[in-house]
Design a protein around this ligand. Structure first.
Ligand code: PGA
Length: 250
Protein backbone atom coordinates (compact mmCIF):
# COMPACT_ATOMS: atom_id res chain seq x y z
CA UNK A 1 0.00 0.00 0.00
CA UNK A 2 1.20 3.51 -0.65
CA UNK A 3 1.18 5.57 2.47
CA UNK A 4 0.77 9.34 2.30
CA UNK A 5 3.81 10.99 3.83
CA UNK A 6 3.05 13.09 6.90
CA UNK A 7 5.46 15.97 7.58
CA UNK A 8 4.77 17.18 11.12
CA UNK A 9 6.32 19.97 13.15
CA UNK A 10 6.52 20.10 16.94
CA UNK A 11 7.13 23.57 18.26
CA UNK A 12 7.47 22.45 21.90
CA UNK A 13 7.37 25.45 24.29
CA UNK A 14 7.94 28.13 21.64
CA UNK A 15 5.83 30.91 20.11
CA UNK A 16 3.24 33.33 21.42
CA UNK A 17 -0.02 33.80 19.52
CA UNK A 18 1.41 36.78 17.62
CA UNK A 19 4.42 34.67 16.64
CA UNK A 20 2.07 31.85 15.65
CA UNK A 21 0.14 34.14 13.29
CA UNK A 22 3.37 35.48 11.79
CA UNK A 23 4.63 31.93 11.19
CA UNK A 24 1.47 30.82 9.42
CA UNK A 25 1.36 33.98 7.33
CA UNK A 26 4.76 33.12 5.87
CA UNK A 27 4.30 29.36 5.88
CA UNK A 28 0.94 29.20 4.10
CA UNK A 29 2.11 31.80 1.55
CA UNK A 30 5.04 29.54 0.64
CA UNK A 31 3.18 26.26 0.67
CA UNK A 32 2.94 24.62 -2.74
CA UNK A 33 0.14 22.11 -3.38
CA UNK A 34 0.94 18.99 -1.38
CA UNK A 35 0.90 16.09 -3.78
CA UNK A 36 0.06 12.94 -1.93
CA UNK A 37 1.52 14.39 1.24
CA UNK A 38 0.14 15.87 4.47
CA UNK A 39 1.48 18.53 6.82
CA UNK A 40 0.83 19.16 10.52
CA UNK A 41 2.23 21.31 13.34
CA UNK A 42 2.06 20.72 17.09
CA UNK A 43 1.71 24.09 18.81
CA UNK A 44 1.51 25.13 22.48
CA UNK A 45 -1.97 24.85 24.03
CA UNK A 46 -2.25 28.65 24.19
CA UNK A 47 -1.79 28.87 20.42
CA UNK A 48 -4.12 26.06 19.30
CA UNK A 49 -7.01 28.28 18.33
CA UNK A 50 -4.82 31.05 16.87
CA UNK A 51 -3.06 28.42 14.76
CA UNK A 52 -6.30 26.79 13.62
CA UNK A 53 -7.63 30.20 12.55
CA UNK A 54 -4.34 31.34 10.97
CA UNK A 55 -3.98 28.19 8.93
CA UNK A 56 -7.32 28.90 7.22
CA UNK A 57 -7.95 26.62 4.26
CA UNK A 58 -4.30 25.62 3.90
CA UNK A 59 -3.78 21.86 4.13
CA UNK A 60 -2.02 21.84 7.49
CA UNK A 61 -3.41 20.02 10.51
CA UNK A 62 -2.94 21.62 13.90
CA UNK A 63 -1.89 19.32 16.73
CA UNK A 64 -1.81 19.54 20.52
CA UNK A 65 1.46 18.43 22.11
CA UNK A 66 -0.26 16.61 24.97
CA UNK A 67 -3.75 15.88 26.30
CA UNK A 68 -5.21 14.51 29.51
CA UNK A 69 -7.32 11.35 29.26
CA UNK A 70 -10.29 12.74 31.22
CA UNK A 71 -12.79 15.01 29.49
CA UNK A 72 -12.89 17.48 32.37
CA UNK A 73 -12.16 17.58 36.07
CA UNK A 74 -9.89 18.84 38.82
CA UNK A 75 -6.59 18.46 36.95
CA UNK A 76 -4.88 21.82 37.27
CA UNK A 77 -2.79 22.74 34.26
CA UNK A 78 -4.12 20.01 31.98
CA UNK A 79 -6.17 20.20 28.77
CA UNK A 80 -8.57 17.55 27.49
CA UNK A 81 -9.21 16.00 24.07
CA UNK A 82 -12.64 17.65 23.63
CA UNK A 83 -11.10 21.05 24.52
CA UNK A 84 -8.41 20.53 21.89
CA UNK A 85 -10.93 19.34 19.30
CA UNK A 86 -13.06 22.44 19.95
CA UNK A 87 -10.18 24.71 18.90
CA UNK A 88 -10.20 23.20 15.41
CA UNK A 89 -7.08 21.09 16.00
CA UNK A 90 -7.15 17.66 14.39
CA UNK A 91 -4.30 15.80 16.03
CA UNK A 92 -2.57 15.14 19.36
CA UNK A 93 1.05 14.21 19.96
CA UNK A 94 1.08 11.67 22.79
CA UNK A 95 3.94 10.28 24.88
CA UNK A 96 6.70 12.50 23.52
CA UNK A 97 9.97 11.57 25.21
CA UNK A 98 10.09 15.00 26.90
CA UNK A 99 6.69 14.23 28.47
CA UNK A 100 7.94 10.82 29.54
CA UNK A 101 11.24 12.19 30.87
CA UNK A 102 10.19 15.46 32.57
CA UNK A 103 6.47 15.07 33.30
CA UNK A 104 6.11 11.43 34.23
CA UNK A 105 4.09 10.13 31.28
CA UNK A 106 3.98 6.34 31.52
CA UNK A 107 2.93 3.74 28.95
CA UNK A 108 -0.33 3.39 30.88
CA UNK A 109 -1.01 7.13 30.57
CA UNK A 110 -0.08 7.03 26.90
CA UNK A 111 -2.61 4.24 26.46
CA UNK A 112 -5.37 6.27 28.14
CA UNK A 113 -4.49 9.42 26.23
CA UNK A 114 -4.67 7.55 22.92
CA UNK A 115 -8.13 6.33 23.95
CA UNK A 116 -9.22 9.91 24.68
CA UNK A 117 -7.83 11.18 21.36
CA UNK A 118 -9.61 8.47 19.39
CA UNK A 119 -12.89 9.07 21.20
CA UNK A 120 -12.79 12.75 20.24
CA UNK A 121 -11.61 12.14 16.67
CA UNK A 122 -8.13 13.54 17.14
CA UNK A 123 -5.43 11.68 15.23
CA UNK A 124 -3.04 10.28 17.86
CA UNK A 125 0.68 10.53 17.13
CA UNK A 126 2.19 8.10 19.62
CA UNK A 127 5.89 8.68 20.24
CA UNK A 128 8.28 5.87 21.11
CA UNK A 129 12.05 5.73 21.30
CA UNK A 130 15.02 4.49 23.28
CA UNK A 131 17.61 6.48 25.21
CA UNK A 132 21.32 6.41 24.45
CA UNK A 133 22.03 4.14 27.43
CA UNK A 134 19.29 1.76 26.28
CA UNK A 135 20.67 1.65 22.75
CA UNK A 136 24.24 1.17 23.92
CA UNK A 137 23.09 -1.54 26.33
CA UNK A 138 21.45 -3.46 23.49
CA UNK A 139 17.99 -2.79 24.95
CA UNK A 140 16.49 -0.63 22.18
CA UNK A 141 14.11 -3.19 20.73
CA UNK A 142 13.01 -4.41 24.15
CA UNK A 143 12.22 -0.83 25.21
CA UNK A 144 10.30 -0.17 22.00
CA UNK A 145 8.34 -3.37 22.43
CA UNK A 146 7.32 -2.37 25.96
CA UNK A 147 6.26 1.09 24.79
CA UNK A 148 4.25 -0.35 21.89
CA UNK A 149 2.57 -3.05 23.98
CA UNK A 150 1.72 -0.64 26.80
CA UNK A 151 0.59 2.22 24.61
CA UNK A 152 -1.60 0.14 22.29
CA UNK A 153 -3.00 -2.26 24.88
CA UNK A 154 -6.65 -3.16 24.42
CA UNK A 155 -7.24 -1.39 21.10
CA UNK A 156 -8.50 -3.22 18.02
CA UNK A 157 -7.38 -2.55 14.47
CA UNK A 158 -10.70 -0.77 13.89
CA UNK A 159 -10.03 1.56 16.85
CA UNK A 160 -6.56 2.43 15.57
CA UNK A 161 -7.44 3.31 11.98
CA UNK A 162 -6.03 6.85 12.26
CA UNK A 163 -3.03 6.02 14.50
CA UNK A 164 0.35 7.48 13.62
CA UNK A 165 3.52 6.33 15.38
CA UNK A 166 6.63 8.49 15.66
CA UNK A 167 9.98 6.81 16.29
CA UNK A 168 12.15 9.34 18.06
CA UNK A 169 15.39 8.01 19.48
CA UNK A 170 15.95 10.15 22.57
CA UNK A 171 19.65 10.47 21.73
CA UNK A 172 18.80 12.17 18.43
CA UNK A 173 16.34 14.78 19.76
CA UNK A 174 17.74 18.30 19.76
CA UNK A 175 21.28 16.95 19.64
CA UNK A 176 22.02 17.42 15.94
CA UNK A 177 22.77 13.68 15.91
CA UNK A 178 20.37 12.03 13.48
CA UNK A 179 19.87 8.30 13.26
CA UNK A 180 21.28 7.17 9.94
CA UNK A 181 18.59 6.31 7.38
CA UNK A 182 19.56 2.64 7.81
CA UNK A 183 19.33 2.78 11.61
CA UNK A 184 15.91 4.43 11.42
CA UNK A 185 14.70 2.02 8.73
CA UNK A 186 15.66 -0.96 10.89
CA UNK A 187 13.53 0.33 13.76
CA UNK A 188 10.62 1.38 11.55
CA UNK A 189 10.49 -2.10 10.00
CA UNK A 190 10.57 -3.58 13.50
CA UNK A 191 7.65 -1.37 14.61
CA UNK A 192 5.59 -2.27 11.55
CA UNK A 193 6.22 -5.97 12.11
CA UNK A 194 5.30 -5.62 15.76
CA UNK A 195 1.97 -4.02 14.84
CA UNK A 196 1.39 -6.72 12.21
CA UNK A 197 2.07 -9.53 14.68
CA UNK A 198 0.25 -8.04 17.67
CA UNK A 199 -2.58 -5.95 16.22
CA UNK A 200 -3.36 -6.47 12.55
CA UNK A 201 -1.59 -6.94 9.21
CA UNK A 202 -3.81 -4.47 7.34
CA UNK A 203 -3.34 -1.83 10.00
CA UNK A 204 0.44 -2.33 9.92
CA UNK A 205 0.50 -1.99 6.16
CA UNK A 206 -1.29 1.37 6.17
CA UNK A 207 0.32 2.66 9.39
CA UNK A 208 2.36 5.82 9.07
CA UNK A 209 5.57 5.67 11.06
CA UNK A 210 7.34 9.04 11.32
CA UNK A 211 10.99 9.53 12.17
CA UNK A 212 11.94 12.29 14.59
CA UNK A 213 15.26 13.50 15.95
CA UNK A 214 17.29 16.29 14.36
CA UNK A 215 15.47 16.18 11.02
CA UNK A 216 16.71 19.15 8.96
CA UNK A 217 16.23 20.38 5.38
CA UNK A 218 19.52 18.75 4.37
CA UNK A 219 18.91 15.26 5.76
CA UNK A 220 15.16 14.85 5.24
CA UNK A 221 15.21 13.45 1.69
CA UNK A 222 17.58 10.62 2.57
CA UNK A 223 15.49 9.61 5.56
CA UNK A 224 12.25 9.76 3.56
CA UNK A 225 13.79 7.52 0.90
CA UNK A 226 13.60 4.52 3.23
CA UNK A 227 10.70 2.14 2.59
CA UNK A 228 9.25 2.20 6.12
CA UNK A 229 9.74 5.90 6.88
CA UNK A 230 6.43 7.63 6.20
CA UNK A 231 7.14 11.14 7.35
CA UNK A 232 8.91 13.18 9.99
CA UNK A 233 8.28 14.76 13.36
CA UNK A 234 10.42 17.87 13.41
CA UNK A 235 11.28 20.00 16.43
CA UNK A 236 13.86 22.79 16.02
CA UNK A 237 13.66 22.98 12.24
CA UNK A 238 9.88 23.51 12.31
CA UNK A 239 10.14 26.86 14.09
CA UNK A 240 11.25 28.79 11.04
CA UNK A 241 8.74 28.87 8.15
CA UNK A 242 11.41 28.72 5.43
CA UNK A 243 13.13 25.75 7.02
CA UNK A 244 9.90 23.83 7.64
CA UNK A 245 8.72 24.59 4.09
CA UNK A 246 11.90 22.98 2.78
CA UNK A 247 11.17 19.92 4.90
CA UNK A 248 7.53 19.66 3.84
CA UNK A 249 8.47 20.12 0.18
CA UNK A 250 11.68 18.03 0.32
P1 PGA B 1 14.36 17.97 17.05
O1 PGA B 1 13.09 17.44 17.91
O2 PGA B 1 13.92 17.91 15.61
O3 PGA B 1 14.60 19.36 17.54
O4 PGA B 1 15.47 17.02 17.32
C1 PGA B 1 12.29 16.39 17.48
C2 PGA B 1 11.17 16.13 18.45
O5 PGA B 1 11.42 16.17 19.67
O6 PGA B 1 10.01 15.91 18.05
Amino acid sequence: MTRKKLMAGNWKMFKTNAETRAFFGAFTAGLAPLNNREAAIGVPATALEAAAVAVGQAPVMIAAQNIHWQEEGAFTGEISAPMVAATGAKMAIIGHSERRQFFGDTDEWVNKKIGAALKHKLIPVMCVGESLAEREGGQAFKVLETQLAGGLKGFSAADLGTLVIAYEPVWAIGTGKTATPEQAQEVHAFIRKWVKDHVDAGLADGLRILYGGSVKPDNVAQLMGQPDIDGALVGGASLDPASFLKIVNY
